[in-house]
Design a protein around this ligand. Structure first.
Ligand code: AKB
Length: 316
């Protein structure tokens, strides 16, 4: 039988593509999209859409009961860069929404939860290359703190109350359909848009800042794979490291230059450089690969080719 899914934060970068994919898989009437406002009309017009405030338990519960929801993907969050500007708002949104959803599962109103964590759970004292699943974690951003605390609560709810919660530590996610908002890895999306529109991009990170990244299709695949995996295969109930590739701004610029030789890159690092300096450069995701057969498809060359192809069609 098909699950009855609610996606909270469906208008965002990952939420929107997840909505389309899950609707393809399970049928439009089984996947309810929701967000705080009608900010993505493609999502709003693609099936059932409800306004849901992720910080409000009653708002989520009403929607869950209205549609007999059994599975929630909680994609609403304030990301790293915006979180540094509004620390208390980031804390409130990221933590309250998680507790509401975990508590719905604890009371058996829903059966299954997906909650995204991030490489931001790591910090300046974490080993930066091939960062292990289990290692020092002293996040230095509000966003990273909320994700690390959230992971502890997910594991606690699984151990104590049997809540079937599953989670991934997303790296920077690259896609051409919806822009990311308020993250430190956003440059890796903006660069492709600016390459097509202006032939020039001013990057807010230095040329050699290496960060873990992933193409959207791989991120969606990982999300659905972990949710579809048999319960006993999901052995980590905090959150799984997942990885695809790592690159620097200079390397993306070089890959764009192969198609657009006139593309020019400037570097003006800002406060986001400080955030990036505390994050891993590459991730060891061997647990995800062993436990539920995770594997990625897209490398940097594939990403650049796909991004430039679609954005060229969009803008020209
Ligand atoms: C961010 O940059 O804040 C996010 C993330 C890595 O979680 N994209």
């Amino acid at each position: 039988m098909n699950p009855k899914i609610l996606i909270i934060g469906a208008c965002g970068q990952i939420g929107s593509e997840l909505t389309f994919k899950l609707r393809d898989m399970y049928g439009s009437s089984n996947v309810i999209a929701s967000d705080i406002s009608y900010s993505n009309l493609e999502v709003v017009n693609s099936g059932i859409f409800e306004v849901v405030d992720a910080r409000n338990y009653a708002s989520i519960k009403m929607c869950v009961e209205k549609y007999n929801i059994d599975t929630i993907y909680l994609m609403a969050a304030m990301l790293s860069a915006t979180g540094e500007k509004y620390p208390m708002k980031a804390w409130d949104l990221n933590m309250e929404s998680l507790f509401h959803v975990l508590n719905l599962a604890k009371s058996n109103v829903i059966e299954k939860v997906f909650w995204p964590s991030s490489i931001a759970v790591f910090g300046p004292t974490t080993p930066v290359e091939n960062t292990p699943q289990y290692t020092v974690m002293e996040p230095a951003t509000v966003y990273g703190i909320t994700k690390q605390v959230g992971e502890r609560w997910c594991e606690y709810y699984f151990n104590k109350y049997g809540v079937d919660v599953r989670s991934l530590r997303y790296p920077g996610i690259i896609s051409w359909k919806t822009m990311p908002g308020g993250g430190t890895t956003d440059y890796a999306v903006e660069i492709y848009h600016e390459a097509i529109i202006n032939g020039l991009y001013e990057c807010f990170l230095t040329e050699n800042t290496k960060l873990p990244m992933m193409y959207m299709d791989d991120a969606i695949k990982a999300t659905i794979d972990i949710m579809e995996a048999p319960k006993e295969h999901v052995k980590i109930r905090s959150s799984y490291n997942i990885a695809a590739i790592s690159f620097t701004p200079k390397e993306v610029a070089e890959s764009i230059s192969q198609t657009y030789p006139k593309f020019k890159m400037l570097y003006s690092p800002d406060y986001r450089q400080h955030i990036a300096n505390g994050w891993p450069k590459s991730i060891d995701d061997s647990h995800a690969r062993q436990h539920w057969a995770w594997q990625h498809d897209f490398d940097l060359q594939d990403i650049t080719k796909t991004m430039l192809y679609h954005l060229d069609k969009k803008y020209n």
